[in-house]
Ligand binder design. Structure first.
Ligand code: HMG
Ligand code: MG
Length: 328
């Protein structure tokens, strides 16, 4: 029972470009976002309003957002780690924000420089501010296949923190972390349920370091689906071990219809050791086309966007489908 339509959330301009050694010029980012939106993608995560000292690659967030103000046809959410980032995002014209947290103390510290408790307070403030403006909030659940597991299992407070981060979009460390081991599906389900009850319109389950296989993803999803309406769930797979398409396919078979991906397979998290690129958008669209699933994305236009950014970065595309299609 694969969905007839899948919503693709393009994260390349944010997840991809946050990880580039050489900073990509603002006009290249803007051009890329325009090309991605023109290909029919319904959501393009545009940038992050984070500290420029932490992620200098996205220090031009304000200028990127201002330049795409009048762009139609797609939504352009941005990451906001605190109220300062939230306010800057709104001032620059953002209409949707995402918070991102980890259930692991160590990952929290290395990614956003605070404890889980501290981040809980910050995200409550952001959620409140977003609520006042009636801004849609997407929860990001980074289920690092190992990181969060033990922490979640042992520390209730951490779970609460995760709930808040997900209000916007992500739960991190969904399946594991490089330090702490495997996550119990029941713990992920608990967090997802809490996030859902906080009012997130969508919860993206992220395998931040790409270690999950269908063997770990299926039980995790089975547990989450029991407590969160499936239409609220999204999946976010990094492709470190080449498992992303397999994980997406089983997610679709289980009824999930929102998938995060990144043009040319760009991506990674500077503060998640071992994380490589996201699954390539071109590969996802190629697979969905083959399955007869609608995306409204024009793969030819995607190829042009992928070629544009790969040429700029002076390296071959990380998408196998794009590489093959460009030769034919
Ligand atoms: P901090 O250094 O603890 O912040 O960083 P602070 O509050 O002590 O402030 C220090 C300085 O930063 C001050 O400036 C603040 O004004 C400034 P100074 O007085 O020194 O000149 N500052 C800011 N500037 C701009 N925007 C802001 C902001 N906040 C403070 N929002 C902080 C704490 C959270 C800011 C920092 O750790 C940070 O920016 N972290 C972001 C890390 C990041 O972006 N990671 C990647 C995204 S997560 C990911 O990729 C995973 C995901 O894809 C899902 C998956 O794969 O599973 C989402
Ligand atoms: Mg990511």
């Amino acid at each position: 029972r694969i969905p007839e339509y899948v919503k693709i959330v393009e994260v390349g301009p944010r997840d991809g470009l946050q990880n580039e050694k050489d900073i990509v010029p603002t006009d290249v980012k803007i051009q890329l976002i325009k090309m991605l939106a023109a290909s029919g993608l319904p959501v393009v995560e545009a940038t992050s309003f984070v500290s420029p000292k932490w992620v200098p690659q996205l220090a031009d967030a304000k200028f990127v957002m201002e330049a795409i103000q009048d762009l139609q046809g797609a939504k352009f959410p941005v990451l906001t780690p605190n109220v300062k980032g939230f306010e800057a995002a709104i001032a620059a014209g953002a209409k949707e924000v995402a918070i991102f947290a980890s259930a692991s103390e160590s990952f929290s510290k290395s990614n956003i420089n605070c404890s889980i408790q501290e981040s809980l307070v910050r995200y409550r403030e952001v959620a409140l501010a977003a609520g006042k403006l009636s801004l849609p909030v997407r929860g990001c659940a980074h289920f690092l296949f190992i990181y969060i597991a033990v922490v979640l299992a042992n520390k209730t407070n951490h779970l609460k923190w995760l709930i808040l981060e997900n209000m916007h979009r992500y739960i991190s460390c969904v399946v594991g972390c490089p330090v702490e081991g495997a996550i119990a599906p029941s713990q992920v389900a608990y967090v997802a349920k809490e996030l859902c009850s906080m009012g997130c319109y969508e919860i993206s389950l992220g395998d931040t370091i790409g270690v999950g296989t269908p063997g770990t993803v299926i039980p995790m999803l089975e547990a989450v689906i029991k407590v969160v309406p499936i239409e609220k769930l999204a999946v976010h797979f990094h492709d470190t071990y080449g498992q992303a398409l397999a994980n997406i396919l089983i997610s679709l078979q289980m009824g999930i219809s929102t998938v995060d991906s990144s043009i040319a397979g760009l991506g990674g998290c500077p503060y998640a050791k071992g994380a490589s690129g996201n699954v390539a958008t071109e590969d996802v669209v190629y697979m969905l086309n083959g399955l007869g699933v609608k995306t409204n994305v024009d793969i030819q236009k995607l190829l042009v966007a992928g070629d544009f950014i790969s040429k700029h970065l002076r390296r071959p595309s990380g998408s196998k489908a794009a590489t093959a299609l460009m030769k034919t």
